[in-house]
Structure formats: C-alpha cells, structure tokens
Design a binder for this molecule. Structure first.
Ligand code: SAH
Length: 358
C-alpha cells in the first residue's frame, strides 16, 4: 500500500469505514498526494484523453454555441464565461479563438476558471496567455457572484465528482463503504441495511434485483441544482458534456484508470484517475429543481453534427484530410464518443431552445 493508502487506513481505524465519496475526495484531491493535486493526467503520455485534446473543433464549436445562445437571448450585457475543470485550458483557448468571429461577445466577457489543481492551473495559464481577454481563477463554483449572466462549460467535469454506491441485498439496500480487511489492506464492505427514507434514490427501485448497484453523486446533484438556480437568477446557459447514462441502469460504473488502462480502485490511491458515469437524469431533475429549463441529454455525435462539425472539418481538411476525418470519427461515431458521451443544456425557463436541441 502506498503512503496515501496508509493514511486512509489510519483514518478508517480511527473513525470507522468511510463512504466511497469520502475516499474519492481524498484520493483525487489530497493536497500532498491526491491524483489531481500532483499531476497533469491528460493526453497521450498521461492517463486519459478528452475531446478538446483530440480536436480543436470541439472547443471551437462549443465557443460558438455559447455565442449563439447569447445572441438568441437578446445579447444580455456583461456576459461571464465560466469553465469548470478546464484541464489544460485547451477547450477554452480554442473557444476564445473561434469567438473572434463574434467580437461583441468576446470583448465583453469576464472569463472565470474553476480549478482546484495547482498543476493544471499552471498549464491553463500557459494555454491562455495569448488569448486576448483577461481570465481569472477561483477554486469553487459557489464563490462566483450572481451579478452577471453566465455561460458555463463543463466537459468531463461531473464524472470526476465523488459518488456513493448503494447495493441491493437480501436484507435491503446497503451503502458500500471503504474499510480495512484483516491483512490491513483497503477493502470494500457493506453498511448495515439502510432505512428506506434515508436513501437518495429517486427512481423506481422496487423491482431492482439483488446485486443492483445504485450510484449517486451528492456533489454532482447539488452542483446541477446550483447551476439551474444561477441560470434562472441571472440568465445565461450551461452546457454539460460527459460520459454517462440517461436512465440509471443499476450497475456500477466507478472506475480507476492509469496510463489509458483500467486499474484497481483501492490499491494505490492518488495514482489513478477515479471517475464514474454521470447520471444525467439526476442532473436534469436537480437543475429543474433549481428553477431552470433543461434540454437533453443528446449524444455528443448528434450535438456536434447539429453545430456543423462536418462543415468545420471540410474547411480544416485541406492541410491533412485523414487526420481531420479521424478526429470527426472519434468525436461523433456511435462506436467512439458519439453516444456514450452526452450533452445537456441548462437555460432560463423562458429562454429560446438552445442550438442543437431543437
Ligand atoms: N475539461 C477538461 C479536463 C477534464 S479532467 C478537458 O475536457 O480536457 C477534470 C478537470 O476537473 C481537471 O481540470 C481537474 O483538476 C478538475 N477538477 C476535478 N474535481 C474538481 C473539483 N472538485 N473542483 C474543481 N475542479 C475539479
């Protein structure tokens, strides 16, 4: 077991088993040894690759989507562009470059990046050093003031938020916890059965067979509710893109990934990325509870096609047609990122339908 694993085991010895959400928070964000606190996980040499790292078209189309929404909403004054978990800053750099086509939007923007990782923040500063507009960083979404309409991007952010797992057993629903086994290693263990009223499960779970696993992200749901409330309060829009499902399938999706391969969740905390598929139905309900209108989710392929990825690809193709065709295929094909990845839009209740969702 590594040093962070030993610290977690000591914590469990002192306080009892911890929830998977607590384990994920420590493994991802511990200041000394947490996964995001200590490295750049992205790219071919890293642990995983994301859409903006695959193709510049991704960020460009999202930037133009935001500008179109802003125009459709009557060009509200002083728009703010917020990105949650901007990674290397690639998406934002591509979006801001494309937004030179809409200078009235670009010039007015207050750009705010929500990032916890000091390593990634440094990379973001580099990518955005010549972007032509001032940018600033905050560690938490909640600290952003409700004083301007905001246009929010979250790509592969919600999958990194902590989840809890509930397992259906003969005795009822139990929470899966992280504990320590007899040999001192971290191991999963079930809590005693939980009373029905204490379960966060909104969907019809009565018929779920024994062995079903329900994953719930308290952090994700409360953030989606905050975003819904924010958008309804000050105007704007949010686009959330991630891998996930539209209806919970009662199967587990928590995964550890290192060097582009699946790894064990518990054996070396802090050295692999932990994530879970996003429950879009839960985000949709939460954002509506916040007061906003929600569109989607629709497949990433359908979304990017509606935004004109084919036309953009044609213009870029002159230099290297094979490379561009491969990028389009990766982002939109149903066997690649086209349907597993989904887009969800959150807008004020009486705002026009956002582009791509009509
Ligand atoms: N959006 C980027 C990066 C995705 S990786 C891309 O598409 O390439 C997840 C990002 O979210 C990283 O930047 C990570 O540091 C950040 N992050 C994860 N959890 C966070 C949290 N709780 N608060 C703020 N940022 C977080």
């Amino acid at each position: 077991m590594n040093a962070l694993g030993q610290r977690i085991a000591a914590l469990i010895a002192a306080q009892g088993p911890m929830s998977i959400a607590e384990f994920m928070t420590i493994a991802l964000h511990d200041r000394e040894a947490g996964y995001y606190a200590t490295r750049d996980p992205l790219g071919v040499a890293g642990d995983f690759i994301t859409a903006p790292e695959i193709s510049q078209m991704f960020g460009e189309l999202i930037g133009l989507w935001l500008a179109q929404v802003w125009q459709d909403q009557g060009r509200p004054k002083n728009p703010r562009l917020v990105e949650l978990g901007p990674g290397r800053g690639t998406l934002l750099a591509d979006a801001l470059r494309a937004l030179k086509l809409v200078p009235e939007f670009l010039r007015a923007l207050d750009v705010v990046l929500v990032e916890v990782s000091p390593v990634l923040r440094t990379l973001q500063e580099k990518s955005l050093s010549n972007c032509g507009v001032p940018v600033r960083w905050v560690p938490e979404f909640r600290t952003i003031a409700h004083d301007r309409p905001f246009y929010l991007i979250a790509n592969e952010f919600f999958d990194a938020l902590p989840i809890q797992q509930y397992v259906k057993t003969e005795r009822g629903w139990c929470e899966r916890m992280v504990s320590v086994d007899r040999s001192g290693e971290l191991a999963f263990a079930l809590s005693p059965p939980l009373p029905e009223w204490s379960l966060p499960i909104a969907q019809n779970r009565a018929g779920a067979p024994n062995g079903s696993v329900y994953e719930f992200s308290k952090a994700g749901v409360s953030l989606a509710e905050d975003i819904g409330h924010f958008v309804e309060d000050v105007g704007g829009a949010a686009i959330i893109i991630d891998y996930g499902y539209d209806v919970p399938g009662f199967s587990e999706t928590l995964q550890a990934v290192a060097s582009h391969k699946f790894a064990d969740v518990l054996s070396a905390p802090g050295s692999s990325d932990l994530s879970a598929h996003v429950d879009f139905s839960a985000l949709r309900i939460a954002a509506r509870q916040g007061g906003a209108a929600v569109y989607g989710p629709i497949g990433q392929g359908e979304f990017l096609t509606a935004l004109g990825i084919a036309q953009r690809a044609e213009r870029l193709s002159r230099a290297d047609p094979q490379k561009i065709a491969a990028e389009v295929n990766r982002l939109t094909n149903v066997d690649q990122m086209g349907t597993l990845f989904k887009a969800l839009a959150i807008v004020p209740k009486f705002a026009p339908t956002p582009p791509g969702f009509g």
